[in-house]
Design a protein around this ligand. Sequence first.
Ligand code: SF4
Length: 122
Amino acid sequence: MHQPDTTPWQAAAACAGLSPSVVFSRRGKEAAPALRACAVCPVSRECEAAVAPAESWFDGVCAGRLWRNGRPVKPRRRRGEAVAPDAAAALDAAVALDAAAATLVPALAPALAGATAGGTRD
Ligand code: SF4
């Protein structure tokens, strides 16, 4: 029987096309493309649950953070450089917005349909 190489969530990973040397880098500069991918990744929670970085002593990028020996690496800050927002916090905000939109859009659909079907304005 054929076994798939990836699980469904891995196939949906925003980092799926990136080189393993980027995703599993221990260095922030090299890992930057993977960290950017995490910010829009639809399977961040599945990734973190599967990798369990702290328990697995993970090295690389997972769920919006760079991990080294299972510990999140704090972004380095150069003098005068602004701190990039935490990708995980940005992802959480995006997920919350997506959930709110998913709730609001069906609720508003009848009203929107009525507004468009109702025709003309005076
Ligand atoms: S959360 Fe980041 S590392 Fe995990 S699958 Fe998504 S893009 Fe890849």
